[in-house]
Design a protein around this ligand. Structure first.
Ligand SMILES: Cc1cc2nc3c(=O)[nH]c(=O)nc-3n(C[C@H](O)[C@H](O)[C@H](O)COP(=O)(O)OP(=O)(O)OC[C@H]3O[C@@H](n4cnc5c(N)ncnc54)[C@H](O)[C@@H]3O)c2cc1C
Length: 378
């Protein structure tokens, strides 16, 4: 069954796909249809496996609200120093991922922006960034210093208080919703089954597993668990512990005469981070808060106020944008903030806890999961 038509600008409904009926058997059942589960499913289909993706509401979790930044350099901070190789490997995987996805999708999928500018508003913000950049350069990450003139060329319309910035030349971004739409479509094209049911129980059987869903049951040889921030409770198997870190994010639309942003921009404003990620249709994604408050999806007026206040210091023209969406997503994270991509017992592979970097890491995770399931990686 084909997914919904793909024409038109990304919108919330653009990611809704038509559900397939639940088959009796699949080589692999992927539980969870966010960026991680869908990328894994697509790679497994490309290897010739029969694949079912179970998700009551595919492409609706953190992946739907994300900024889509591929922050291999920006996300290599002091506390994440050990992850630099993982980040660089993941970033390098995006070129072939986009090329192959474009080929299967039948339409070229470009990056939303190809580099990132980092700015600080006051002296202490700049000092903080400078300190981090020195560290990133010590790891051979590519960061150029920008004076105001060079900043203006990359991002016209910056606030007057900004004098200096940095250019992260490899930190691109993608349109998260376009990528999700493409994955939903290619899974369908490659005869994968996207079933709008949740997995409720996982039991070992004589020749594999039975996954009981909200609507029936399916037998399989291998299960991939990619349930994002939801607690993975599926029977006796013990899964890594995951907790949610919530983030509020806005999508804004420029008026015809409004200045547009075409380069991703990260800023520190009086000690608080915010970012702007452009889309090819002019839309601007403004993010994001980061708060641990369980599964609470409410958005406070204070959070919104802070985000917009900070944003207008960096880019005053934001005042002329109209607010299209205010959303909150749950970043799935582990205790040490490292993702877990591993076969935890024969036939059960998990791809969990991608925290702030699910988009950056998705191609690398999908490649690893495909290797683990097919037996080519241990
Ligand atoms: C505000 C915000 C901004 C972000 N910006 C970026 C960014 O710029 N760059 C970046 O790389 N990352 C970013 N992230 C992080 C990124 O969004 C996440 O790491 C990523 O989306 C996690 O993907 P996932 O597939 O694991 O989870 P999700 O996208 O949450 O998907 C999990 C899916 O599993 C399904 N599910 C759960 N339980 C079951 C079950 N029992 N049965 C079936 N299905 C189930 C859910 O319905 C859901 O669709 C951001 C996150 C937030 C919140």
């Amino acid at each position: 069954m084909r997914a919904t038509p793909l024409a038109g600008p990304p919108s919330p409904s653009a990611c809704i796909s038509i559900s397939s009926p639940l088959p009796h058997f699949a080589d692999v059942v992927v539980i969870g249809g966010g960026i991680i589960g869908l990328s894994c499913a697509w790679q497994l289909l490309r290897l010739g496996k029969s694949v079912v993706v179970l998700d009551p509401s595919p492409a609706s979790g953190a992946s739907f609200v994300a900024g889509g930044m591929l922050g291999a350099t920006a996300e290599t901070t002091f506390s994440e120093a050990g992850s630099v190789d993982r980040h660089l490997f993941a970033r390098a995987e995006w070129d072939p991922f986009l090329r192959d996805l474009s080929e299967d999708f039948g339409t070229s999928l470009p990056y939303a922006s190809t580099s990132t500018v980092v700015v600080g508003v006051n002296r202490s913000d700049l000092a903080e960034i400078d300190h981090l950049v020195t560290f990133q350069r010590s790891l051979n990450l590519q960061v150029a210093t920008l004076g105001r003139e060079a900043l203006d060329q990359l991002v016209p319309g910056l606030g007057r208080s900004l004098r200096q910035g940095f250019h992260l030349v490899d930190d691109a971004a993608v349109d998260n919703r376009l990528i999700l739409r493409a994955l939903l479509d290619v899974i369908d094209r490659l005869n994968g089954h996207l079933v709008h049911e949740s997995a409720e129980h996982l039991d070992r059987s004589a020749d594999g597993f039975t996954v009981t869903t909200s609507g029936g049951a399916i037998s399989t040889s291998h299960v991939v668990v990619a349930t994002g921030a939801a607690p993975a409770v599926l029977g006796a198997i013990k899964f890594p512990s995951i907790h949610p870190v919530s983030g509020v994010i806005l999508r804004l639309t420029p008026r015809a005469s409004t200045l547009r942003v075409t380069t991703t921009m990260r800023a520190i404003v009086n000690g608080r981070p915010c970012y702007f990620v452009p889309r090819s249709n002019g839309e601007l994604v403004l993010g994001a808060t980061s708060v641990e408050r369980g599964y609470d999806l409410s958005v406070t007026a204070g959070e919104l106020h802070q985000l917009l206040d900070d944003a207008r210091i960096v880019f005053p023209s934001i005042d002329d944008y109209s607010v299209q969406d205010v959303e909150v997503g749950l970043r799935p994270t582990t205790v040490d903030h490292n993702p877990v991509v591993a076969t935890i017992e024969p036939g059960v592979t998990v791809a969990l806890g991608h925290y702030r970097n699910g988009f950056l890491l998705a191609p690398a995770t999908a490649k690893r999961v495909a290797g683990l399931v097919s037996g080519s990686t241990s």
